[in-house]
Design a protein around this ligand. Structure first.
Ligand code: ARG
Length: 457
């Protein structure tokens, strides 16, 4: 059944129907469509626009449609233009005349705006929970690795020693900000568009505040033209999802590097790795690579929707139907990636010895050696030069700073004493860095406590 056949004298060309129809993808929000319709008719009856009996017939008809779809008894047929037409056609088929009143005081433009908002709001909650679960896994790994030393990198060159807890703590902050963004979006978008009509409101005495509160919104939107053509919240969502993917892809990249034969910092669980069809020795980090790769899809959706919306005149235009596939794909991608990444990271083994060894043999304590001289009264710039000479000497001999004898230290500067070994030991280098945010055990313990409060653990 078409919702608009009256004015037409010819059948729609089949290709036009196929091109125009959105049912193949907007069926995704059948639950929200029915939820919105029930709220709408509840309001219509309260306002005396339809009778209570009509409301009850429509509501039970809609509920039975919902139940049958969920049970798999009622299949969503692709001959319909969209999910709205499908539900209305079935309602009329089931309850007859009363069903024809469902669309009173409503347009598909405010209806679809509502459905998409309800769907997005639900999914924002799911993505938030998945992000929180990942944060809990990161937190657990941090807790047991406060003294797992590893090199910290800049330019992918060993720089200064840190701990695994500190390194993971950086990702904790990123995903915490991601959740903040999701919350901001939920707050800003939570205004109800239903009752805006096609673009200019309606002549019926609708109670938009009432529908809004029935559906858990903070209030009605305040301009009907904007209400039916606002897709900002989807662009914000796609931007926040892109940022989550960017964070995941950085984390994946590190895991791929750490899992390589050259690094061997971590070993992925067999359940989260794959093999090669030709090379029997291979155990590949496919999941990490795929998550990294799927980042492109989500960025693509953001760019696509920004471009769809660019230059669109007010109010609703059919272009806006394009918002759905991009948004759905991005939401599903991010949900899948968060869940898989979480599984991969929480089953991964850390080769703590290899990490500590790597921290030891990359001159990651050179800054601390310079600081040692500064504490003995040498100006930092001179100390920097002296340690530079020491590093050159060690490279030549293929040894670490702490493997030099005291005599060798003294040949370069007489200021060195026995306490240099303690000053440049890994434990000292890390645990002396105790300003908040630094890798030292004391500072990290403070941060862990704050994270615990944040997670309500
Ligand atoms: N499938 C349409 C969409 O998603 C529903 C709104 C149709 N409105 C219209 N005026 N043709 O945008």
């Amino acid at each position: 059944m078409k919702l608009w056949g009256g004015r037409f004298t010819k059948e729609t060309n089949q290709l036009v129907h196929n091109f125009n129809a959105s049912i193949s993808f907007d069926q995704k929000f059948f639950e929200q469509d029915i939820e919105g319709s029930i709220a709408h008719v509840t309001m219509l009856a309260k306002q005396g626009i339809i009778t209570n009996d009509e409301r009850d017939q429509i509501t039970s008809g809609l509920s039975s449609i919902l139940e049958d779809i969920l049970k798999g008894i009622l299949e969503i047929g692709m001959e319909h233009e969209d999910i709205h037409s499908f539900v209305e056609a079935h309602l009329i088929e089931r309850i007859g005349a009363a069903g024809k009143k469902l669309h009173t005081g409503r347009s598909r433009n405010d209806q679809v705006a509502l459905d998409m908002k309800l769907y997005t709001r639900d999914e924002l909650g799911v993505i938030d929970s998945l992000t929180k679960e990942l944060l809990v896994s990161i937190h657990t790994i941090m807790e047991s690795n406060l003294e797992t030393f590893m090199p910290g990198f800049t330019h992918l060159q060993k720089a200064q020693p840190v701990t695994l807890a500190h390194h993971f703590g950086a990702y904790f902050e990123m995903f915490k900000r991601d959740r903040g963004r999701l919350h901001d979006i939920t707050k800003r978008m939570n205004l109800s568009p239903i009752g805006s009509g096609a673009l200019a409101g309606t002549t019926y005495p609708l109670d938009r505040d009432y529908t809004s509160s029935l559906l858990g919104f903070d209030g009605p939107t305040l301009n009907s033209m904007d209400s039916v053509s606002d897709r900002d919240y989807l662009i914000e969502l796609l931007s926040a999802l892109s940022t989550i993917m960017m964070h995941l892809s950085r984390f994946c990249e590190e895991i791929i590097i750490w899992n390589s034969n050259e690094y061997r910092f971590v070993e992925l669980d067999d359940a989260y790795s794959t093999g090669s069809s030709i090379m029997p020795q291979k155990k590949n980090p496919d999941i990490a690579e795929l998550v990294r790769g799927k980042t492109g899809r989500v960025y693509g959706s953001l760019m696509a929707l920004l471009t769809v919306m660019k230059g669109l005149p007010l109010a609703y235009n059919k272009d806006m139907q394009e918002d759905k596939e991009y948004t759905f794909d991005a939401i599903d991608t991010v949900k899948g990636c968060l869940a898989l990444f979480n599984g991969m990271v929480s089953t991964m083994k850390f080769n703590k010895e290899v990490m500590a060894q790597s921290a030891k043999n990359g001159f990651t304590n050179a800054t601390d050696a310079a600081d040692y001289l500064v504490n003995k009264g040498i100006p930092f710039r001179d100390a920097h030069g002296v340690i530079g000479q020491l590093v050159l000497y060690c490279i030549d001999k293929d040894i670490a700073l702490e493997q030099m004898s005291l005599e060798e230290f003294r040949q370069i500067s007489p200021v060195f004493e026995e306490d240099i070994y303690e000053a440049i030991s890994l434990t000292t280098c890390v645990n002396k860095r105790n300003t908040i945010g630094a890798p030292g055990k004391q500072a990290m313990t403070q941060v862990l406590k704050l994270n615990e409060e944040y997670l309500n653990l």
